[in-house]
Ligand binder design. Structure first.
Ligand SMILES: NC(=O)c1ccc[n+]([C@@H]2O[C@H](COP(=O)([O-])OP(=O)(O)OC[C@H]3O[C@@H](n4cnc5c(N)ncnc54)[C@H](OP(=O)(O)O)[C@@H]3O)[C@@H](O)[C@H]2O)c1
Length: 385
């Protein structure tokens, strides 16, 4: 079996900590090359003591200094900011970069890893939402691989293994529907951040939890799927599946379907991405077919879930439009969590920002980051900031 050095970016977050759990379960096969986080230097210090990475990065100089003070006696290279994240990505001799940074902040690292020919186990879906074409191009040119960690695209990846692309008719992403499945539009006016943060089937970081409640997360996955698997958007469907047992399905030309089912535990797709093309053992309790039943599926009604149509619209607009969509959503979700925007206003707000921003060709990462910055300014202007 392979031995891999892993750069864990976003190591203090939900996916990052579970990735370190997976590394702990496979000491002979996985080793931590570097760690990167935003501001949580205390947790990062514990992780450094345990994993002995050669490079450690934080988002700001002050948090990097605070980490240095805590790490008396440990001697990793401590770096910070955008440059620090690049060093953690490319200078620690990693075989694979697990990118679990949240938001647009993860884009440059994904692109840098692939440009250096390093495989990426990708949880940071924003990389593909913002710059899918450039990311997949960088992977192809440098013979590196993007392995999806996000559970639904990972399920599709597993269903597609050994299947001729020409025999696939449709990819079907499942969505739990979030905590407000079946609620009326009026009820949604009174949703609080505390309630929206209670996802019925997954335990995740705050941004993706809110995106799951609005279904913008599923809209992002449509975009992610389009780029990962090179399929036209009209061949990607979404179905509501409240139990989150079937993580996604593919439909073949003869009408057969292949579904991936499994427990709602991110360590499975994380391990799959880190071990691929091998398959390793895992201590997670397997799915109990009887107690997990019934497995139900419902149509994702377009009028009930406008985020899905909005994501498709951004994809059709092309260029920098999906990056604008992501930026507007990041600002909207932060405003909702701080009590400055109601839950029901999140998607109309994102639509308004998308409509109000000029789009250009997405020729390089710099152009995309400029569009991201402009969209954030426009979004903040709409919020009256
Ligand atoms: N959670 C899930 O189950 C799940 C499932 C599928 C996909 N994903 C995707 O995985 C990504 C991470 O999600 P999450 O739920 O793990 O988020 P999270 O719990 O909020 O963690 C985010 C991580 O990113 C770090 N970070 C933030 N800004 C940074 C910066 N500028 N530079 C370096 N690191 C930075 C945070 O560090 P600090 O905490 O130290 O600030 C933290 O380690 C997202 O793209 C999400 O869509 C998550």
């Amino acid at each position: 079996m392979a031995h891999k050095r892993v750069a864990v970016l976003g190591s203090t977050g939900s996916v990052g900590m579970q990735a370190l759990d997976v590394v702990a379960q496979h000491p002979g096969h996985l080793e931590v090359a570097s760690l990167a986080a935003g501001s949580n230097y205390e947790l990062l210090a514990d992780q450094v003591r345990k994993w002995k990475p050669s490079v450690v990065s934080l988002a700001t100089e002050s948090s990097a200094n605070a980490l240095r003070n805590l790490l008396d006696g440990e001697s990793p290279e401590i770096v910070w900011g955008d440059t620090g994240l690049m060093l953690a990505t490319t200078s620690a001799d990693a075989d694979v970069v697990l990118n679990a940074v949240v938001g647009a902040a993860g884009l440059a690292a994904t692109h840098a890893a692939l440009s250096h020919g390093i495989d990426v186990a990708l949880a940071n879906k924003e990389s593909l939402v913002m710059a899918g074409e450039l990311i997949m191009e960088a992977a192809q040119i440098n013979t590196a691989t993007v392995l999806p960690v996000d559970s639904e695209p990972n399920a599709l990846h597993q269903c597609l293994r050994g299947t001729e692309a020409a025999t696939v008719r449709r990819l079907v992403l499942t969505a739990s529907g979030g905590p407000f499945l079946g609620w009326s539009g009026k009820d949604l006016d009174h949703v609080t951040p505390e309630h929206a943060l209670e996802h019925p089937t997954w335990k995740m970081g705050p941004r993706i939890t809110i995106d799951s409640a609005t279904l913008m997360n599923k809209g992002f996955e449509i975009i992610e799927t389009r780029w990962l698997f090179g399929v036209p958007t009209q061949n990607i469907d979404v179905v509501i599946h409240p139990q989150s047992v079937v993580h996604s399905l593919i439909e073949l030309v003869d009408g057969s379907m292949i579904a991936y089912a499994g427990p709602t535990d991110m360590r499975l797709p994380i391990q799959d991405a880190l071990s691929y093309p091998e398959r390793w053992t895992q201590g997670i309790e397997p799915l109990d077919l009887v107690s997990s039943a019934p497995w139900t599926f419902e149509q994702a009604e377009p009028e009930r879930y406008p985020a899905l149509a909005l994501a498709r619209q951004a994809l059709e607009m092309g260029g920098t439009a999906p990056a604008i969509l992501n930026a507007a959503d990041e600002v909207a979700v932060a405003a909702f969590l701080e009590g400055r925007l109601s839950f029901a206003r999140i998607i109309p707000f994102v639509a308004k920002v998308l409509e109000g921003c000029d789009t250009t060709n997405a020729d390089n990462i710099e152009t995309i980051l400029e569009a991201d910055a402009a969209a954030r300014s426009e979004a903040k202007r709409h919020l009256g900031e």
